[in-house]
Design a protein around this ligand. Structure first.
Ligand code: ADP
Ligand code: ASP
Ligand code: MG
Length: 474
């Protein structure tokens, strides 16, 4: 069996036309002799809307929450009517969709009565997105001649009970994948399951965190030792930066696991940060591909990338960060101080992105979140504390910065008009990152992109596409 995991993001299943394109891509793989296992996200924006419905209900706005659910119900029903022309199949799926929305509405009504949204209930509510989309996609595939079989992802992706950021249990997933997915593929069927969602061993629904469908794709690929994991999205691959910020971003043809992991962690939304791990463990190549431009070869993520003439492969930005400054003259010449500071972050389960220290002060950056006042209160027992939000971390990633001199000077020359708050280089040897005001981030990225991707290495970057773009615009 040539097992290939194909993960399709929200835009690849956003409406009937997108699902139709997705079906053609999968049919193409089947025709080429592959055995695809398909993982799909919720239809575009559905997760956000479910979270809004949950938040409204928890604030007592029962009518508002049910109105969001009602619009989602219509969207799923209408898409089904467009996709599934066989009347019996369409009626069966529509009845099932109605049942799911009836039960979602029950949960929302209950929430509006008790006015407390727990992480566990939040996971239950958002899980509807992938549960619905995966059934619809499976039905659409069957109507288009693909022998698809729907699989409830919660029976395969077994996690711990940390709702909203559950940790997958690799060994159990491997057993479940062997039981629930492999036999279907062996019979020539195409399993279709939702990404992002899972369940704990007691069968209670969990999720892997926002953007987690990529992670599901990689987990399934790892569990089945697939020959490749394909992440189908709405851009041509991993680009030299977010094309929404910099329209002349270039496609990166090939990148290493290490570089891709660093980019994802530092904010390149195209991949969920944990995606690469299961692939690395089994050395499975990951491909990032465009479902709107299926003939493009995308980005290949492999263990060892070829040498690149440019120091960087891509620039990522992480916004909505805060800087916490901890200042204490008592710290002078003492030891154990950093441990005490980090214990506070540990207690609040708050990851720290960047740290910089001087003789009497420590600056740390974290995601802006509701825990900040509590963290600051705990830290204030040790030292003076201030925190400031609306910061962004810009991160340049590339293995070929190793051993090159003068790169930092070039980076800071390119953004000399921007005030830099914190700098870090060296921790991973393949990234250079700095912290600036969020409002300056897009401008900083454009300046850096212009400086570092003027003369890109054609072995690594899709230079042809840029030439064609320039030719068509002149
Ligand atoms: P999906 O719904 O398919 O998972 P996402 O919206 O999560 O898609 O990720 C794709 C988006 O990631 C792109 O539309 C693009 O705006 C953004 N993005 C950010 N950084 C990059 C990058 N370096 N390369 C490609 N896309 C990027
Ligand atoms: N639907 C989920 C989200 O929007 C997971 C994903 O799309 O990857 O976060
Ligand atoms: Mg995504």
């Amino acid at each position: 069996m040539n097992l290939v995991v194909m993960k399709f993001g929200g835009t690849s299943v956003e409406d009937a036309a997108a699902i139709d394109r997705t079906a053609k891509i999968v049919a193409g793989r089947v025709a080429a002799g592959k055995s695809p296992v398909v993982v799909v996200s919720a239809m575009a924006k559905v997760t956000d809307q479910l979270l809004r419905a949950a938040a409204s209900a928890a604030q007592g706005d029962r009518t508002g929450a049910l109105a969001i659910s009602s619009r989602l119900r219509s969207r799923h029903r209408d898409t089904t009517a467009e996709l599934v022309k066989n009347p019996a199949d369409c009626a069966e799926l529509t009845t099932w969709i109605d049942q799911k929305f009836d039960s979602l509405d029950e949960v929302l009504r209950g929430l509006a009565a008790i006015l407390e949204l727990t992480p566990r209930i939040s996971d239950l509510i958002v899980s509807y997105g992938e549960r619905l989309s995966s059934r619809m996609v499976a039905a659409a595939f069957r109507e288009r001649g693909i022998d698809a079989a729907h699989v409830d992802a919660r029976q395969v992706i077994i996690t711990d009970s940390q709702y909203q950021k559950a940790v997958p249990q690799d060994q159990l997933i491997e057993i479940r994948a062997a039981e629930k997915l492999r036999p279907l593929a062996a019979e020539g069927k195409v399993p279709v399951m939702g990404g992002f969602i899972g369940s704990n061993e007691a069968g209670i629904t969990t999720t892997l965190g926002r953007g987690g469908s990529d992670f599901t794709g990689a987990l399934v690929g790892g569990a089945l030792a697939a020959e490749a994991i394909e992440i189908w999205t709405d851009v041509d691959g991993i680009m030299t930066t977010d094309p929404r910020v910099c329209p002349d971003a270039l496609r990166v043809k090939v990148i290493s696991f290490e570089e891709a992991a660093e980019l994802a962690y530092f904010g390149a939304k195209v991949l969920h940060p944990a995606t690469i791990l299961p692939a690395v463990k089994k050395n499975i190549p990951v491909l990032v591909l465009n479902s709107r431009n299926a003939s493009c070869e995308g980005t290949r993520i492999i263990s060892l990338a070829p040498h690149c003439k440019s120091p960087f492969k891509s620039i990522a930005v992480k916004k909505k960060l805060s800087i916490i400054d901890v200042v204490a003259s008592r710290m002078l010449m003492t030891h154990g101080y950093l441990r005490q500071i980090f214990e506070v972050f540990d207690k609040h389960k708050c990851p720290v992105d960047m740290v910089s220290t001087s003789e009497v002060s420590v600056s740390l950056t974290v995601d802006s979140n509701q825990q900040l006042p509590a963290i600051a209160a705990d830290l204030s027992t040790l030292a003076d504390v201030k925190y400031e939000g609306k910061k962004a971390l810009v991160c340049l990633v590339g293995e070929d910065i190793r051993g090159q001199n003068g790169i930092a000077a070039q980076v800071f020359a390119a953004i000399r008009h921007i005030n830099v708050r914190m700098i870090s280089q060296g921790a991973s040897e393949i990234n250079m990152s700095f912290m600036i005001e969020e409002d300056d981030a897009d401008e900083a990225v454009r300046s850096l992109h212009a400086a570092f991707f003027k003369d890109p290495d054609p072995a690594i970057f899709d230079v042809e596409a840029r030439k064609q773009l320039l030719a068509s615009s002149s």
